[in-house]
Design a protein around this ligand. Structure first.
Ligand code: CTP
Length: 396
């Protein structure tokens, strides 16, 4: 419910992507937003008002002469009741009308009369998008402070391939979340590690840790939403890259260390969430090991470098945050790790509380004491942790 209490006016203009606006309404409502849909006459050729009304739980407005508002001023009332107006899809024609300040239908009038920010998600044929007239209009809208979301590139409804596809509803929701998140880390560079590492034994086998990467990815996303420039050094996981985050894929602890050390001094905050394998095989076999080659193989192991401790030891290094995933004695082990690695903040969690799932329970250990956070989703905990880090680093 990251958008609880937020009032969003969703404008839908005419284009085949209008069918995706239904999913957008569903996702926004699921996040707790109050969504008021206004659509153009053109949009009603692609999708009906009934669909939006059912999904938003509110009457839909199309006509500027609508009698339902007691003062007959739907355009004023709808924009005054919104914290944000999002137009998705925004057709070439709609962008042109807004760029020129036209007020020839309810949605355009509402946008012109707004006193809140406006985000638009363009959707059109690639030639229409590339047309200098559209590009001029988009440049004008940007200059006027309108947020332009996308468009994406890919296969189009007309069969052509190029830029002009509307962003997916999930991506638009993400932009809305970014819009509403306080920019506690604006201008800060955050570096994170996430996921497991994989230490090869032979070309197909290796030593690894159980780690879904979800907590690290949730933190990368929350840091990005808080306005930071985020680089995520990730071990092998099956997760999509959070929007706006630079992701560097690595496999082994040594690769992860190299990627981190190359960026550590340029970062303001380093958050080590990765479950790094403590040991690697001294000499990985070049060829696949075979069972009939003299029984069970024996491996010589060597300890991997401690990436977090190495960053914490840097002169002028970033503010460091470590994680301690324990099965018992959480406080004692977490505090011991904090001292040993010399990091100001360690985030402890019991393995049985969070492993692999969507929820977690975290306890923060810092110079000021012990701060247990109430059990919550990894996304919500990530936001609280980013807030805590922003306070500790004296940014806010
Ligand atoms: N870490 C790291 N590099 C390593 C090992 C751990 O950066 N080679 C980081 C992890 O990302 C995490 C913290 O250090 O932030 C975990 O500390 P660690 O003591 O290594 O955890 P465990 O391996 O679980 O330690 P132990 O087996 O002693 O419990």
């Amino acid at each position: 419910m990251e958008l609880k209490g937020k009032r969003i006016a969703l404008g839908v203009s005419g284009g085949i992507a209008a069918y995706k606006a239904a999913e957008l309404v569903r996702l926004l409502v699921k996040q707790g937003a109050e969504v008021q849909v206004a659509m153009t006459e053109g949009a009603s050729h692609f999708i009906t008002a009934t669909t939006f009304q059912a999904l938003s739980g509110r009457p839909v407005f199309t006509d500027q002469w609508d009698q339902r508002m007691p003062n007959a001023m739907a355009h004023i009332d709808l924009s005054r009741q919104a914290d944000l107006i999002v137009v998705a899809p925004a057709s070439a024609d709609f962008l042109a009308r807004v760029a020129h300040g036209l007020a020839d239908d309810l949605l355009a009038t509402m946008v012109l009369a707004r006193d809140c920010p406006l985000l638009v998600a363009p959707a059109m044929n690639r030639q229409m998008w590339e047309n200098p007239a559209t590009q001029r209009n988009v440049a004008q809208l940007r200059a006027d402070g309108v947020g332009i979301l996308g468009p994406a590139s890919g296969e189009q409804a007309c069969g052509e391939i190029g830029a002009g596809r509307m962003l997916e509803p999930e991506e638009i929701v993400d932009s809305v979340l970014v819009f509403f998140t306080p920019k506690l880390l604006a201008g800060r560079r955050v570096l994170l590690t996430a996921g497991p590492t994989f230490e090869a034994i032979d070309p197909v086998r290796g030593i690894t840790n159980l780690s879904s990467g979800r907590m690290g990815y949730a933190l990368a996303r929350a840091a990005r939403q808080a306005g930071a420039e985020v680089t995520l050094v990730s071990g092998p996981v099956a997760l999509p890259t959070p929007a706006g985050v630079e992701r560097i894929d690595v496999k082994s602890a040594l690769d992860m260390q190299a990627a981190v050390m190359a960026r550590a001094t340029a970062s303001d905050i380093f958050i080590a969430v990765a479950a790094v394998a403590d040991y690697r095989v001294t000499h990985a076999a070049e060829y696949k090991l075979k069972k009939d080659e003299g029984g069970p193989p024996a491996f010589e192991l060597v300890e991997n470098p401690d990436i977090l401790a190495s960053v914490a030891a840097l002169e002028n290094g970033p503010f460091c945050v470590g994680f301690a995933a324990e099965s018992h004695n959480l406080e004692a082990y977490a505090q011991a790790k904090r001292q040993k690695k010399k990091v100001p903040l360690v985030v402890g969690n019991l393995i049985q509380d969070g492993f692999g799932g969507d929820d977690n329970r975290l306890v923060l250990f810092d110079d000021h004491g012990v701060h247990p956070l109430a059990p919550a989703s990894k996304a919500a905990l990530a936001r609280q942790l980013i807030e805590h880090i922003a306070h500790l680093t004296g940014i806010h």
